[in-house]
Design a protein around this ligand. Structure first.
Ligand code: PLP
Length: 417
């Protein structure tokens, strides 16, 4: 029987995942004489040849500093850097002139902490953070609380690893001035309903900071639609180079905020008496940026865009379902984080086996997973465990790798007795 036209079209558009995997040279290497199974993608992603070539090409043909020189290379480097800003703005669905380029989420959140929170918070104010935050979205707020006299309060989670939304909304008292929440948890994979949360926060007059580090690799972002005040992301988790990332904020907030770091590039005029600052976003980009890194990030986002973030999300959902099903069959294995909406991250423990021992044995079989507290000590304290193993997937992983990983895990468990 002939296929209906729509099905044929949909099929011919489906990405060829086996071919896509070949774009990642590192995935072909061996570790401990075994084919590498890289399941540590929430930590950092691997890079396709397009990104490696873009960074290499920049240093071979265009390398110069941005915004300073009028010579041809200076202009080309500036265009390449600003081009990456525009590509990232499209990827996040925001305006390019509201996007501050920086080294990653850690810097982006610290920028909000020192440029927005420090001048705006005072004694008695409350900073609300969720239980599932990465340390990058806890420690800067603690430092600001110490300096301003504000207090940190915690929005708790439910046992399945989703946010306790009723408790969160109740916690939005008039004292709360800022809410810091992850879009996706790096440990549990929980996708938080940030749009709904930010709507409630806005009604309560609370400024919102969304940590998008773990959302950006897995889904199409529409930051404007989320309705937050600040959104932070990091480039190395979306197939881009390390040391790249961004903070998005509404223009009026950025205009009102004082600079965080001072130096070249962020000024209009300097005398010993006073300095006038450059326009937003350059006001927040002191010093020479990671130009080649951003050129690579632009290439990474073009690469992901060509595959399609919706296709990536669907592929990862399929891989996650397979991995979860396989793990659930293992006796004594407990998964942390079973929320209905999850990215492809699975944290777990097996009775009687220490996470670090399992990770060490898995490494001997060429499997890279993370073990430990995943920069989320308060979250692990909630579950009452000292460490977990975390397998985190990307679209370039395969069903065969999942089977290989599960076999290696069973073997490691047996070895540990
Ligand atoms: N927030 C979350 C949820 C993360 O997973 C990470 C990195 O693992 C970060 C923040 C910090 O990102 P970076 O080290 O790239 O600044």
């Amino acid at each position: 029987m002939q296929q209906p036209a729509a099905a044929t079209t949909a099929q011919s558009r489906a990405p060829d995942w086996n071919r896509i995997r070949l774009d990642f040279p590192l995935l072909t290497r061996a570790v401990n004489d075994k084919p590498l199974i890289y399941f540590d993608n929430a930590n950092t992603s691997q890079k396709p040849v397009e990104v490696i070539a873009a960074v290499d090409g920049f240093y071979r043909r265009q390398n110069a500093n941005v915004s300073r020189a009028v010579h041809a290379l200076g202009t080309e480097a500036t265009d390449a850097y600003e081009g990456a800003r525009k590509t990232l703005a499209r990827f996040m669905s925001v305006r390019a002139d509201e996007l501050v380029l920086c080294s990653g989420t850690t810097f982006a959140i610290n920028l909000v902490a020192y440029s927005w929170a420090l001048p705006n918070l005072k004694e008695g104010d409350v900073i609300l953070v969720s239980r599932m935050e990465h340390h990058a979205n806890i420690v800067p707020w603690q430092l600001i609380a110490q300096r301003t006299g504000a207090r940190l309060e915690v929005a708790e989670i439910l046992p399945d690893g989703s946010l306790d939304l009723d408790a969160l909304y109740k916690a939005m008292t008039p004292q709360v001035k800022l809410l810091a929440v992850a879009h996706v948890s790096n440990v549990l994979g929980t996708v938080n309903p940030v749009r709904e949360i930010c709507r409630a926060a806005r009604k309560a007059g609370i400024v919102t900071v969304v940590d998008g580090s773990q959302a950006a690799p897995h889904m199409a972002l529409d930051v404007a639609a989320i309705g937050c005040d600040f959104y932070a992301m990091t480039g190395h988790k979306v197939c881009g180079p390390t040391g790249t990332g961004a903070l998005w904020a509404r223009r009026e907030l950025l205009d009102a905020m004082p600079p965080f770091i001072g130096g070249g590039e962020m000024i209009k005029e300097v005398s010993f008496e006073r300095t006038t600052f450059n326009e937003v976003p350059h006001k927040f980009e002191a010093g020479t940026p990671n130009i080649a890194g951003f050129v690579g990030l632009g290439a990474a986002l073009d690469y992901l865009g060509a595959i399609g973030m919706d296709a990536i999300r669907a592929r990862e959902a399929e891989l996650l379902a397979h991995l979860t099903e396989e793990l659930q069959r293992i006796d004594g294995l407990r998964i942390f984080g079973t929320a209905p909406d999850k990215a492809a991250v699975v944290s777990f423990l097996i009775d009687g086996a220490h996470a670090h021992d399992l990770a060490t044995l898995l490494d001997l079989d060429g499997v890279a997973v993370r073990s430990g507290q995943h920069c989320a000590h308060p979250l692990l304290q909630y579950f009452g465990v000292a460490a977990t193993l975390r397998a985190s997937l990307a679209f370039y992983n395969t069903h065969e790798e999942i089977e290989g990983f599960v076999a290696a895990l069973k073997k490691a468990r047996t070895l540990l007795g």
